[in-house]
Design a protein around this ligand. Structure first.
Ligand code: SAM
Length: 342
């Protein structure tokens, strides 16, 4: 390495390239290249291009970029998936991230294109990215079946990756019943009943979501002990439970709306009952976790909320009588906070 090459600002150069690498991954997923290679690899660029109906020259460049990024292996017989591509990038694997990647391409990408306006205005950018902005982000997600299905598939795929670590961060065996507020497809609920067979879990979510859950259930149908109830957690009565779960829910909302929700939970929670939060927990100085800080920008472009530190969550919970706040950093994408009503 020459002296001047050694002095290159490699971190900055890597960040300048970051969006190109993300887009190459997104497009390869969207074109289902990893699905084709799982069943039939190794394949030459021309064969893949013929199968998916793309240009040979463009496909070859995309495949080479994916290989250089470590997503594919390039061999003399052609391209084949890495183990990690087989597990996470094909669309049908148990731990597939395909749903989240398609959501990132089709929804988050256009929103991030408007990050500059979001920073200037301090608010979400649905109107600039998609030409409409409803009263809250979920009305924007659920106005069309396709957008709703894509969002639910994204939540399902990312929740699968975190569910076990969330469910096991604390011993929850003292609780007999749990209600996963905003529990979406039930991915965490199903993990919880596997780990705690005596726990009855209710998933509570908006009617538009509950009407669409059957597609995501393990056996294609909704079986006990997970039950699904539809409602609006800001307006309707909450199901009775010993433990209320809020996973990736508080980060969608302002402190004011969080106070409305926590005071409703507090009103139905008996002493000894608890709240389990699953969120990316920031360090108090907000300077160490780039994944969580970038997620907070993601919340800026699309929600009313933000990522918060452990002290901020503790402050919100304590105002509603939830003390003994315990925080576990899991090393996974979500951390877990458990507190009990005194
Ligand atoms: N808990 C899931 C997870 O961790 O993957 C989904 C998180 S998603 C970011 C937020 C969820 O809250 C969505 O499923 C959404 O439909 C639900 N939600 C939003 N507003 C709601 C409301 N007013 N009442 C009930 N559920 C709501």
């Amino acid at each position: 390495v020459s002296e001047s090459a050694a002095k290159l600002p490699s971190k900055i150069l890597e960040l300048m390239d970051g969006f190109r690498a993300s887009k190459a991954l997104f497009v390869a997923c969207k074109l289902k290249i990893f699905d084709h290679l799982k069943d039939k690899g190794p394949l030459k660029a021309v064969d893949i291009a013929n199968e998916i109906g793309t240009s040979v020259c463009g496909t070859e460049r995309l495949l080479d970029a994916c290989a250089a990024l470590g997503l594919l292996e390039k061999t003399s017989q052609g391209y084949r998936n890495t183990d990690s591509a087989n597990t996470y990038l094909t669309s049908d694997g148990e731990y597939s991230l395909h749903g989240y990647i398609i959501h990132s391409n089709d929804h988050v990408w256009p929103l991030f294109t408007n990050l500059e306006s979001a920073v200037k205005e301090g608010s979400r950018q649905n109107h600039r990215a998609f030409g409409r902005k409803a009263e809250d982000l979920f009305k924007d997600y659920y106005h069309s079946w396709e957008v709703k299905q894509r969002f639910m598939a994204a939540m399902h795929s990312i929740a699968h990756l975190t569910a076990r670590d969330v469910a096991t961060a604390f011993d929850l065996s003292q609780f007999k019943s749990a209600c996963d507020l905003g529990g979406c497809t039930g991915a965490l609920a199903h993990e919880l009943v596997q780990i705690y067979p005596n726990l009855k879990v209710t998933v509570f979510d908006l009617p538009e979501v509950i009407a669409n859950i059957s597609y995501f259930q393990p056996s294609g149908q909704c079986t006990a002990p997970v039950t699904f109830v539809s409602g609006d957690f800001f307006k309707d009565n909450l199901p009775e439970a010993d433990l209320y779960i809020l996973s990736r829910v508080l980060h969608d909302w302002s402190d004011e709306k969080i106070h409305v929700l926590l005071s409703k939970i507090s009103a139905v929670c008996k002493p000894g009952c608890g709240i389990l939060l699953a969120e990316m927990v920031l360090d108090d100085e907000k300077k160490n976790r780039s994944t969580a800080l970038l997620q907070s920008l993601n919340m800026l472009v699309q929600t009313e909320g933000k990522e918060r530190s452990g002290s901020e969550y503790r402050g919100l919970l304590e105002q509603h009588g939830f003390t003994n706040v315990k925080i576990r950093l899991t090393g996974n994408l979500l951390d877990v906070i458990l507190c009990v009503k005194t």
